[in-house]
Write a protein that binds this ligand. Structure first.
Ligand code: ASP
Length: 706
């Protein structure tokens, strides 16, 4: 059968009726009706039903078909037929046709599968044939089988379409895709670096890029003006759900632009990307400042799919007799709350007091939680008697209370505790009460971030990264209090409570950049050593510039509405940052470490028994650069044992003699007068038959043997 004639399974249609086709792919499922066989054949384009009928298919082909098993790889020739009415399968795109087989070739067989690959029922209306729960690690271990599943396959295809959209839109706007190095120096994005030891420069390391930040800025100084890259980035962070040690970011940078330009560009891009998933977003995206976002939702990643905005009621209790509130207000604290409209049926006193006030709110960092339910025109709770009528009336007005509403409030001397605990309650309650509408997408730009965050040690760190432009430049880099009042020209794009990406207008003035480094506590030497090359570029006419990066795995996962980002990555790491397929990360041999100069880093030794724990044969094979096949191991073991015995014997004979060292450099010598003789095994090639590779008539071996 000529595979070059092959038609795609998923593309066969009634218009092909009567056509003879060759199709190839995997056996997705089969049904044997006592001689009449139906097979779902799956390829990259979809599924087609094959029929092996004793009346029309040659007998020996029917017999061969009866031996087919799931995931055998086969090629079939046959005629496209319309299915008989009543036997159509609306569950597959080609459900009105089938192929009556006349030839069958088994291209390769498959062992029994670790999990079911098939997802499509063979009979109209039947559920998917997928059964049972498969652990994610098993799916990742056999990812190639997992990718055969149509839903995983579709995820990767749609991811590709989204990437193509990005490239098309950016190309149309004059953006140039430039690759930046993977082996580079550290870029500060707030995570740990993955380091790569250099063999040629012993005890020196490359860092895998946390982002192409420095390079993209250098490209602006290099006059590229419009840059983008679908860049792989690496961040060694503590394990968190929906994070990957390596991820793909759409990295953008442009010169002679401002925030408005970037909002416009990115909104257009994001609208087009979401359209690939059939989701339409309305523009312009709303904007909210960081301060407003935290004040009204308790988060700098506000989920705007539902209301539940915070209401501040601190001033209502200025003169309260309720001692808890009074003390909090005296200490400069605040009181904020939410109105859960019409939820009193679902939030009983018991739930509010015993679950929320006692358990959930404290687990979110609050010291307590006040609740009230509106019934018969009045507010009732376990503490309502401590408030006067003016205070209660104030609450009713501020929260626009109606019967059936439930108020919850958090009071604390620390503003951050109030906003963060109430923010988490907001999300928890919205989820529990089903207040989040399905299939809704609410993008928002968060702007005006603080430039710096305070550290526990009384210093500051960049809240975005140190290249972000501040809102003013006349600050004193040593005045921490003043530094904490600075805002940045950074912006984040948030959707449904998740940060899809962020960026900033950059510092394009050397002096200002140096001031920021000083504010971060970097000494002149640190700066010179880490960023000297970068600052130097600012001596040569840097243009004003800015950009942003969008997390593509997260964005694609949101567009496709998958439960985790791992569903849209071909070969992701699992939740513990490991790869069940390849076994990475894995230990390496002592020799490999030695070659990289990593055995003695600052006096640290590899444990003395490390070498013993390794396989002797592997070790020698690695040292000599000659591969030893597993079946050769036992013979090699015997040879090694004999060599060891011999060595011991020789040592015994030599008594306590010190070993001899040669003082002249080692060179190859032949004794004068001797005639070179070709060994027979050299003639036959046996001598070096384990050499790693051949080049023409020569064996290529490691330097050690040359
Ligand atoms: N380099 C930044 C990041 O990876 C994005 C940017 O500022 O453009 O978060």
């Amino acid at each position: 059968m000529h595979l070059s004639e092959r038609a795609f399974c998923g593309e066969l249609a009634p218009a092909d009726t009567g056509r003879e086709v060759v199709v190839a792919g995997w056996v997705d499922a089969f049904r044997d009706h006592g001689g009449l066989m139906f097979v779902h054949l799956r390829d990259g384009s979809g599924i087609i039903q094959l029929v092996f009928s004793p009346e029309e298919t040659p007998r020996h082909i029917c017999e061969r078909a009866a031996a087919l098993r799931s995931e055998y790889c086969i090629a079939v020739r046959g005629e496209v037929r319309r299915r008989r009415p009543g036997t159509e399968n609306p569950g597959i795109r080609t459900g009105t046709v089938e192929v009556m087989a006349t030839e069958l070739e088994v291209l390769s067989e498959s062992e029994a599968l670790p999990f079911t690959v098939s997802e499509k029922g063979m009979v109209a209306g039947a559920a998917s044939t997928e059964t049972g729960h498969v652990t994610e690690d098993l799916r990742l271990q056999y990812r190639y089988l997992d990718i055969r599943r149509p839903s995983m396959h579709d995820n990767l295809v749609l991811r590709h379409r989204i990437f193509q959209t990005v490239r098309r839109v950016l190309d149309s706007k004059g953006y140039v895709e430039v690759e930046t190095p993977m082996l580079t120096a550290s870029t500060p994005e707030g995570a740990r670096d993955y380091l790569v030891p250099s063999r040629l420069h012993q005890q020196s390391f490359y860092a895998l890029p946390q982002s192409p930040q420095l390079f993209k800025q250098l490209l602006m100084i290099g006059g590229m003006e419009r840059y983008y890259q679908l860049a792989r980035c690496f961040r060694d962070e503590d394990l968190r759900p929906n994070r990957q040690p390596e991820f793909t970011q759409l990295d953008i940078e442009a010169s002679f632009i401002d925030e408005e330009y970037l909002y416009e560009l990115v909104e257009e891009l994001v609208v087009e990307m979401f359209a690939v998933g059939g989701i339409s977003l309305t523009r312009p995206f709303p904007r909210i400042t960081y301060a407003e976002a935290v004040d009204s939702t308790g988060s700098d990643r506000p989920d705007l799919r539902f209301g539940l905005r915070f209401v501040d009621v601190t001033d209502l209790f200025d003169e309260t007799d309720y001692s808890i509130f009074r003390r909090i207000i005296l200490r400069g604290g605040c009181i904020k709350g939410l109105n859960l409209k019409g939820q009193s049926d679902r939030l009983s006193k018991n739930v509010l007091q015993n679950e929320y006030a006692k358990e959930i709110a404290p687990s979110f960092g609050a010291k307590g939680m006040t609740w009230m339910r509106a019934e018969n025109g009045a507010l009732e709770s376990n503490i309502v008697q401590f408030f006067n009528e003016r205070e209660l009336q104030g609450l009713r007005e501020r929260f626009e209370v109606a019967d059936g509403d439930v108020l919850i409030m958090i009071a604390d001397p620390a503003y951050d505790v109030v906003t963060s605990a109430l923010g988490r309650l907001r999300l928890h309650l919205a989820d529990r009460l089903g207040l989040i509408p399905a299939d809704s997408f609410c993008p928002v730009w968060v702007t005006d971030f603080p430039l710096f965050d305070a550290t526990d040690e009384g210093s500051v760190t960049s809240s975005h990264h140190p290249f972000t432009a501040p809102d003013r430049t006349d600050f004193d880099p040593n005045n921490v209090e003043e530094l904490l009042t600075l805002r940045s020209r950074a912006y984040d794009l948030v959707m449904n409570g998740e940060e899809l990406g962020g960026g900033s207008i950059r510092i394009s003035d050397r002096e200002v950049q140096q001031k920021i480094f000083a504010a971060l506590g970097l000494t002149d030497d640190d700066v010179r050593e880490r960023f000297g090359f970068f600052l130097r570029a600012f001596d040569f006419g840097p243009p004003p510039h800015g950009g942003l990066a969008l997390g593509m795995d997260r964005t694609v996962s949101m567009i496709l509405q998958t439960p985790s980002i791992r569903e849209v990555i071909a070969f992701p790491k699992n939740r513990s940052a490991a790869c069940p397929l390849t076994g990475a990360p894995a230990s390496v041999k002592r020799e490999q470490l030695a070659e990289l100069g990593l055995l003695d880093l600052g006096g640290r030794e590899v444990p003395p028994d490390a070498a013993e724990r390794e396989d002797r044969v592997d070790r020698i094979s690695w040292l000599s650069r000659i591969g030893v096949a597993p079946e050769e191991h036992p013979a090699m073991e015997i040879v090694l044992d004999q060599a060891e015995e011999l060595a011991l014997l020789a040592a015994k004979e030599a008594g306590e003699l010190e070993p001899m060292y040669s003082v002249v450099p080692v060179v190859n010598r032949t004794r004068p007068g001797t005639v070179g003789k070709r060994s027979e095994s050299a003639e036959t090639g046996d001598l070096l038959k384990n050499a790693p590779s051949l080049k023409g008539d020569y064996f290529k071996v490691a330097g050690i043997l040359e």
